[in-house]
Ligand binder design. Structure first.
Ligand code: SF4
Length: 282
């Protein structure tokens, strides 16, 4: 099975202390069964400390988050105390891999980095050129159209470009769809209300913004290819457009494109139910 990667994948490094939205805060951290069993056997003081800070919840072991919702091993400097004390090999699968993803689409594996991570958003938006990918062990960069061709799908070039020109009615449809997803927090619901107030004040994207929105759209399409068999390509393209439209709306409200992408990801990309909800609406 060939694995594809976006070309920026290898540039990923965690921002650690410089990250404003650490993934060690605000998320439940499930521990895979193999690592949980290893933690039960760790003999020294660190092993005892780990066991005091994990809990079993619905049959799964998790780190016991503190009152601020932080992993108990997150240090004030943003670094992980488990890595500091015992190296990366002590991590469970989620901590070792996040924000990397590996999904299957037909006979291919698609890899990437999830956009709830600040660094992933920065890498996606770091340049205006066409988004490119490469197969494992290959230095040859290919665009999304060529990647899809290799997967057996030939699409007209215009279907792989973000469609600007959102009307107030389009924007209302996008927001109506988002309102049907389960909100990640109260701030999300409040922001949807604020967005409803700007649907008739939309500005067309500049050339630069359009290039970035196309990179976002293409990455969302790539990310959604794991659902190809269930929903088909037409739904995946519509899903990409709907979510890129939403990110564009949020950007018009906040003026921050990378943060708009990251916030969208927290709400949609990292919720299996919300992805399914939108896939069924488009
Ligand atoms: S969100 Fe990304 S950059 Fe921030 S701590 Fe997590 S992996 Fe590192």
């Amino acid at each position: 099975m060939i694995t594809f990667y976006p070309d920026f994948y290898e540039k990923f490094t965690c921002k650690a202390a410089a990250c404003q939205h650490s993934c060690c805060k605000g998320w439940e951290i499930d521990i895979d069964a193999q690592t949980a069993a290893r933690y039960q056997q760790l003999p020294d003081a660190l092993g005892a400390e780990i066991r005091q800070n994990i809990v079993r919840c619905d049959g799964l072991w998790q780190f016991r988050l503190n009152q601020d919702g932080c992993c108990p091993f997150l240090q004030a400097d943003g670094l992980c105390r488990l890595i500091r004390k015992a190296g990366e090999s002590i991590l469970c699968d989620i901590c070792a891999n996040h924000p990397r993803f590996f999904v299957t689409a037909g006979a291919f594996e698609l890899a990437g980095v999830g956009l709830s991570c600040e660094k992933s958003c920065e890498l996606l938006l770091a340049d205006l050129s066409t988004l490119t990918f490469h197969g494992e062990d290959s230095d040859r960069s290919i665009d999304l159209s060529t990647l899809l061709l290799q997967m057996g799908m030939e699409l007209p070039a215009e279907e792989l470009v973000y469609m600007a020109g959102m009307t107030p009615e389009d924007a209302k449809f996008v927001l109506d769809c988002m309102k049907k997803t389960a909100p990640i927090d109260d701030a999300w619901t409040k922001q949807l209300e604020e967005l409803s107030a700007i649907t008739d004040k939309l500005m067309p994207p500049t050339e630069r913004e359009l290039a970035l929105l196309t990179r976002i759209y293409q990455y969302l399409v790539y990310r959604a290819l794991e659902h190809l068999e269930t929903y088909g390509m037409a739904a995946i393209l519509s899903y990409g457009q709907l979510n890129a439209d939403f990110i564009s709306l949020l950007y018009q409200l906040t003026g921050q494109l990378d943060e708009s992408v990251r916030r969208w990801s927290e709400q949609i990309e990292y919720s299996v139910e919300n992805v399914r909800c939108l896939m069924e609406l488009v």
